[in-house]
Design a binder for this molecule. Structure first.
Ligand code: BMA
Length: 325
């Protein structure tokens, strides 16, 4: 291989020089932490639905908007979505939203972690305008997190990537539904890899990104260390038509806590991607992530370069994925 052309795993993503882009200090009302935002293009700009943790330790979601997705963020002066304590699944807050445009329904789906007394679970709401929201309630029982829908259906079924914890194991799963309410066909999609950097837990990062080569998956992987958990970022590529097939998966992580705002905060050593916007003209990906469970940060990457890298990664057979498709 021509070494000059070899894309290294550690130079795919570039931190934005203005990081962190959103902080509790710049929030219009008291907040302990602002992190793990959902992201979408909306109204000619970028809309982030940011997780805001209050001083009770409960989270809600608030919108921040920017024309260029990097600067001059306009933050709503009041919380956009507070937990509705009339619903048992929202007793202890709303966390970590992912936003996807559902092509057939012509509306945005927001999957988020809602906290019930029985543990965290994945809930769904939809909206067309980010003013009125329709709650669908919880999709699957606890413990479950890190969920996003695909923007289209497969064999007429919606597909949900999520991360249940079962017998203490935290793998990324795929489930299907004809109506967004009733879910089945559950299978492991991306397993944690014992011993490796993503051996303790894995979870979806941003929603899946549709490309000509397949669905690009940005996920987080957790390693337990003597001083706590380390949240790093890896890549996978799923078949375009049959997304239960993992075509490639990076052996190495491609992004990890290095900057001071990723290493110092309420939970040190966390880079947690949760939103992505691709500029179709330039191929620039803007990846929004929570840093140390304290602030929102941004890194950029070129989609073509990332795809070339992931296509150079090992295929499914070398990673010990379960053959249950
Ligand atoms: C996960 C989620 C995230 C959080 C991460 C690191 O389990 O709860 O919200 O950012 O842990 O603390």
């Amino acid at each position: 291989m021509d070494l000059d052309k070899k894309v290294g795993s550690q130079n795919l993503f570039q931190r934005y020089e203005g990081n962190p882009i959103l902080t509790p200090a710049a929030w219009p009302y008291p907040a302990n932490a602002v992190f793990n935002p959902g992201a979408t293009k909306f109204d000619g700009g970028t809309l982030l639905l940011v997780r805001v943790e209050d001083m009770r330790g409960f989270s809600h979601l608030t919108i921040a908007r920017s024309k260029d997705g990097k600067t001059s963020w306009q933050i709503e002066p009041e919380p956009t979505l507070l937990p509705d304590t009339g619903y048992q699944e929202e007793q202890w807050g709303l966390e970590d939203p992912r936003i996807v445009w559902l092509e057939d329904r012509a509306e945005y789906a927001i999957t988020y972690t809602s906290f019930s007394r029985g543990g965290p679970l994945v809930s769904l709401m939809t909206t067309t305008d980010f003013v009125e929201f329709t709650r669908f309630g919880p999709l699957l029982p606890p413990e479950d997190k890190d969920a996003a829908l695909f923007p289209c259906r497969f064999n007429n079924r919606y597909a949900l990537i999520h991360r249940p914890i079962i017998r203490g194991e935290a793998h990324i799963w795929l489930s299907f539904s004809p109506d967004l309410l009733h879910w089945g066909g559950h299978r492991i999609l991306i397993p944690a890899r014992p011993g490796q950097w993503d051996g303790h837990r894995v979870g979806l990062g941003t929603p899946p990104i549709k490309t000509d080569e397949g669905w690009l998956i940005i996920y987080h992987g957790v390693r337990m260390t003597a001083s706590g958990a380390l949240y790093r970022v890896g890549l996978a590529l799923l078949d375009l038509e049959e997304p239960w097939k993992v075509i490639r998966r990076s052996d190495e992580w491609v992004f990890s806590p290095k900057a001071s705002y990723e290493r110092v905060g309420d939970v040190p050593g966390v880079t947690f991607p949760s939103g992505v916007i691709v500029d179709e003209k330039t191929g620039e990906m803007r990846i929004y992530y929570g840093a140390a469970d304290s602030t929102v940060a941004l890194c950029t990457a070129n989609l073509r370069t990332v795809l070339d890298y992931v296509l150079s990664c090992p295929g499914e057979s070398s990673q010990g994925a379960l053959n249950i498709a």
